[in-house]
Write a protein that binds this ligand. Structure first.
Ligand code: ADP
Ligand code: ZN
Length: 822
């Protein structure tokens, strides 16, 4: 009988492909196995999704080339979940599966083209520039062609191949990450006891040999039967010759075993254990409800709305404890930048080394090994950013999404463009597990689900009470009108007089200050003071940002760097000066004003190193600094008892962006950062600097009235038909030249109009505020549909099928539930 497999490919094709399974591979292929398969002229790593599918006898199947991993890399639970992701987020199943695997597992292919005919007559209808290049260099890779600026499409290359003027050679490159093997010493049977080893000692002559046996005795005593060879050699200062002698005498043998690259800190339980506190009233209620739900082992989603400092983490820990008691495991999602060692420590001090952490700063090999150990059931809980929702943990009973409103849970590029919070709810549903969505500022989406009775709301309206303050107060919030300040004091600096005074008084009292400036660099813009000219990036239509330390202008979109201009290309004046205030500029100003103060800066530039982030926070926690200034990195999840003042340099940046969510996001950010003040016994104060003090957002903030603000926003969204009352899907067309991008976007508009009913509106095609990034033009369409329209996904899927198949240098991507409108 012909054996067949169906596979999902990691490329944007919506269907799955079927292949013949050669007899030699039969035994090692299962559902979930990784295999190599040919598609047209290429080879891909694909995942087996089905065995023995029926095919019509006349169909000529291609064969599976090889098996990459016989053990399934995904289980049926993840197969089902990724299948749902592919259907809902309108991408290929293979793309969704890819997101569930650690990076670097695919076998890549390297394609090289060789010149097969030099005769110009054979090269008719093929790019003359390609011909010239090939005749000169004889061979080329597609990447090479791109680097030298030859834009040759895949189709063109295939045509050249068919015409016989080029020959394609494909070479498979092994996966970047693979299991690491190590050498270990294994004692022969007769010598596995310390007595036998001691008896052996007098019979040995060499001191090095004796030293090794002594070392092995120590190992056996401590229960280590097969110690790593390298460790033993190093401890005894013995060379390979001594080891070989012992091996030849039949005392030991050297064996190879897999070693797992688990980071040291994850292996050791060197943290001081912590115990659950006595819960305060609303906390106890939340814990009670969650314990009951976990016990019931049925699907249930909760929204835990607790103000900053209300003790949400303790609630999570209690729910986790219950889950583990039932022999189930859990996933905890946190926004990437909140995944600090401080956060991880709180979980580890309760649950020790049963806590696995996955994050992007880990080395690829480490992530691969931790992932494998999670799959093997070594851990009870996985903590990580959005991709951890696809961790292969077994027996899942609980999923926690901390700061569930956070935008970093939505993946932008590449596909799958999923929202990890929504995937979490789905995974919990499929597993009959409990899901907790925690936040001080829950998303309107989650609140709407509460209102509809889909989720259960748990609230903690007060901060954790302390002895000094039986009802711990939220910080008081002052709004500073920058226009008024400027008129009064001729304000040149980024810091107003009230803020400078407030900082000064904290420094005197030896308290700490956090300042938020959501913009890195010295000054965002380098402007000609004479004519107003601002240098732009050559590849992106954005202004360059001035970085003072390196004295450079840098594009924050593509990373392009150039020296600051001296004279203006427009008016010739030598009058360039930095405008506005990035984090660097503010920290310089601060050190001029407060020369004795220790200042730490935390932004993307100062946290480049692997542990830089951790070191800055640790220094601040250890009271080595008085002021921490940074971008939104300083707003999330930090818990420092001595911080009594939080200042926001400019609240207006977020209020000016042309997006319907930017105001909500600004509110959340300001509430978050305000929550850093006065968390312990000392009362906190927050100063917000703005040029628009009348904006309604400020009175809600001052009253700590999140519910009121949410109600206001909810009304506005309902009127406009925006989420959570409607659905938004973005269609982006990207590429070059501009004319072609525009035309394809227009074509998509027509297609969508044909497929969708008139209740669904289609906005655009429009160009975004930033027209061009990395030489690519972008056009957007926005599909806005009422929530009640059920066929939206189906219709858009039809449009995808009808759309012109891939066109060289043009890319179309669909973003379901897009967070940004453009
Ligand atoms: P949130 O995550 O809601 O901002 P945290 O969980 O960080 O709040 O709690 C704030 C602080 O209060 C932490 O230092 C935590 O250890 C402490 N804490 C939480 N619950 C209690 C409690 N019931 N009694 C005493 N301290 C608590
Ligand atoms: Zn650029």
């Amino acid at each position: 009988m012909l054996r067949t497999v169906r596979v999902a490919l990691p490329i944007p094709v919506v269907k799955e492909y079927t292949y013949e399974l050669p007899g030699a591979l039969e035994a090692s292929v299962n559902i979930g196995s990784l295999v190599l398969v040919p598609v047209r002229t290429r080879v891909y790593t694909a995942i087996v999704t089905e065995l023995d599918v029926e095919v019509r006898p006349e169909v000529n199947l291609r064969r599976v080339r090889a098996v990459v991993s016989d053990e399934p890399v995904v289980n049926t639970e993840l197969l089902a979940l990724t299948h749902w992701i592919a259907r809902y987020y309108l991408c290929a199943w293979g793309e969704a599966l890819q997101a569930a695997l650690p990076a670097g597992m695919q076998t890549k292919e390297k394609v090289t083209f060789y010149l097969a005919s030099e005769s110009p007559a054979d090269w008719v209808n093929i790019s003359a520039r390609l011909y010239a290049h090939m005749v000169k260099h004889r061979k080329a890779t597609p990447a090479r062609l791109k680097r030298v600026g030859l834009r040759i499409s895949d189709d063109e290359l295939t045509k050249a191949e068919k015409q016989g003027v080029l020959r394609r050679a494909v070479e498979l490159v092994n996966p970047k990450v693979r299991a690491k093997m190590g050498k270990f010493i294994s004692l022969a049977h007769a010598f596995r006891t310390t007595t036998a080893l001691r008896d052996l000692l007098p019979q040995l002559r060499g001191t090095k040999q004796k030293a090794i046996i002594q070392e092995l005795i120590r190992c056996v005593e401590s229960g280590q039967i097969e110690p790593p060879l390298a460790d033993v050699q190093q401890n005894c200062n013995a060379g390979p010759q001594t080891v070989r002698t012992l091996e030849q005498r039949g005392i030991i043998s050297i064996i190879e075993k897999r070693v797992f690259r688990i980071p040291e800190w994850m292996r050791l339980a060197d943290v001081s254990p912590s115990k659950a506190p006595v819960f305060h009233t609303s906390q106890a209620k939340a814990v009670e409800a969650l314990r009951e739900a976990v016990e019931a082992q049925e699907y249930h989603t909760f929204v835990l709305h607790g103000v900053t400092g209300s003790g949400k983490t303790e609630v999570y820990l209690a729910a986790l404890e219950k889950t583990f008691a039932l022999k189930q495991s859990a996933i905890v999602l946190v926004p990437e930048i909140a995944l600090t060692p401080q956060t991880v420590q709180r979980f580890r001090s309760r649950f020790g080394n049963t806590v696995a952490v996955l994050h992007s700063r880990m080395a690829q090999g480490e992530r691969y090994d931790v992932w494998e150990q999670i799959r093997a059931g070594r851990y009870r809980v996985v903590i990580g950013p959005r991709s951890a929702i696809l961790a292969p943990i077994q027996n899942l009973g609980l999923i926690i999404v901390d700061e569930e409103h956070d935008g970093s849970y939505k993946q932008m590029d590449p596909a799958p463009r999923y929202h990890a919070r929504d995937v979490a709810v789905m995974r919990a549903r499929m597993r009959q597990a409990v899901c907790i969505l925690g936040s001080a500022t829950p998303s309107l989406e989650s609140l709407a689900n509460v209102k509809q009775g889909k989720y259960t709301l748990l609230t903690m309206p007060d901060r954790v009470p302390t002895k000094e303050r039986p009802s711990a107060a939220l910080p008081s919030i002052r709004v500073i009108d920058l226009c008024e300040e400027r008129d009064k004091n001729d304000l040149h600096s980024a810091l107003s007089t009230p803020l400078i005074q407030a900082i000064g008084s904290r420094l005197e009292r030896k308290e700490q200050v956090i300042l938020l400036q959501n913009r890195r660099g010295f000054a965002p813009i380098f402007e000609c003071q004479n004519c107003g000219f601002v240098p732009q990036c050559i590849a992106c239509s954005v202004s360059m940002t001035y970085h003072q330390v390196k004295q450079q202008l840098k594009c924050h979109y593509c990373g392009f760097v150039r020296n600051p201009l001296v004279s203006c290309p427009k008016c010739d004046a030598a009058a360039f000066a930095p405008l506005g205030s990035g984090t660097q500029r503010v920290s310089q100003e601060l050190s001029e004003l407060f020369s004795d103060a220790q200042i730490l800066r935390m932004d993307r530039d100062s946290t480049q190193g692997k542990d830089a982030h951790h070191e800055i926070l640790k220094a601040f926690a250890d009271n080595q600094a008085d002021i921490l200034i940074g971008t939104q990195m300083v707003a999330k999840g930090l818990d420092f008892g001595r911080v009594t003042l939080v200042g926001v340099i400019n609240c207006d940046i977020g209020l000016r962006l042309p997006d319907f969510r930017s105001e909500e996001r600004t509110f959340q950010l300001l509430m978050q950062v305000a929550g850093r003040a006065g968390r312990a016994d000392l009362p906190g104060e927050v100063l917000l600097q703005t040029r628009r003090p009348k904006h309604p957002i400020f009175s809600f903030l001052q009253e700590h009235d999140f519910d009121g603000y949410a109600q206001d926003l909810m009304k506005e969204r309902e009127t406009l038909g925006y989420p959570p009352f409607g659905r938004i899907m973005g269609v982006q067309v990207r590429g070059a030249p501009k004319r072609k991008v525009e035309r394809l976007a227009g074509k998509w508009r027509e297609l969508l109009l044909e497929q969708l009913p008139s209740t669904v509106s289609i906005l655009g095609p429009e160009q975004p505020y930033i027209e061009r990034v990395e030489h690519q033009y972008r056009y957007f369409l926005v599909i806005k549909a009422p929530k009640t329209y059920r066929n939206l996904h189906e219709d858009v899927r039809t449009a995808i099928k009808m759309a012109p198949s891939s066109i060289p240098n043009l890319h179309v991507s669909i973003n379901v539930d897009a967070l940004e409108q453009v």
